[in-house]
Write a new protein. Sequence first.
Length: 320
Amino acid sequence: MAAVSIPVLATPPVHRPRTSTVVLCTSSSDEWDDVDRALESLWRQVVRPEHVVIVVDHDDHLLEWAADAWSSSDEDGLMRVDVIANMRARGLAGSRDTGAAWSWGDVIAFLDHDAVAERDWIETMLEDYVDADVAGVGGGAIGEWDEGVPAWLPAEFGWAVGCSCPQLPEDPAEVPALMGANMSFRREVFAEIGGFSDAGDDATAFCLAIRRRYPLARLVFDPDLEVAQRMTEEHRSFARFLTQCFDEGRSAAEIARTRLFDLGLTPAFSRATPVGAARGIGDGLTGSVSGFQRAGAAVAGLACVAAGFARGRFQGLRRR
């Protein structure tokens, strides 16, 4: 695929990025083992990132321990690991912004602290930036549940708990936004957009900020760019599921204010409810009680998405 002939960013990007920085964020000593596994997966990369930044969110004791355990120089061509304190507002957005500001790779990637990257993660990611109009690249997250997938969770609603879902593209394709657990951007994006805190705190808001400012820029989902996401008891919460559905609805309202629906770039939930409900009812009719539970979860999820969409549209009208 040929590159576009005009720059999509005010600062012309490196056409084919060669170096990468990976940002990992942590806020609790309870996450120590997860961060250790995430970091180990980066050491095992076929193409290692040149730079890793571990950001500790306002915890001086954890910062000291983490620096002793994980910091390393880039001597002999090895991966450099910096452990730094979050210098922005407390929370994930501030930590990500701090990590991005400390990074020097052509591409800045974000890996959740409880995710493990496939061995070709960096290699595949850099290859996807072959075109100059690609501003960001991301992939899916395969859930690894500590106690098994909840019986009530429809596979089509994996996005609501931070996992991949069947309706995601099967080949590399343009998408409205990238998954926060597994995403990357050209460093020029941060120089011109600002950070996650400036865009509205979450990954979807940041992606939409890119869309608004640079309509020609593309965000690419690559199904081969996978990570394994640890799913804990917290992810099994039905209340958390409904909250995420509501938030996704608000994001959809923001997408609707752009031309992304016109371009065929619809959110992951767009086909989730009818398919998830139908599949659940079908399973229920064959004797699976959990099938009816999944159908009910799909309908409840849709209701929350609709409520979030309505809230987002109302807020958008008030800002006009």
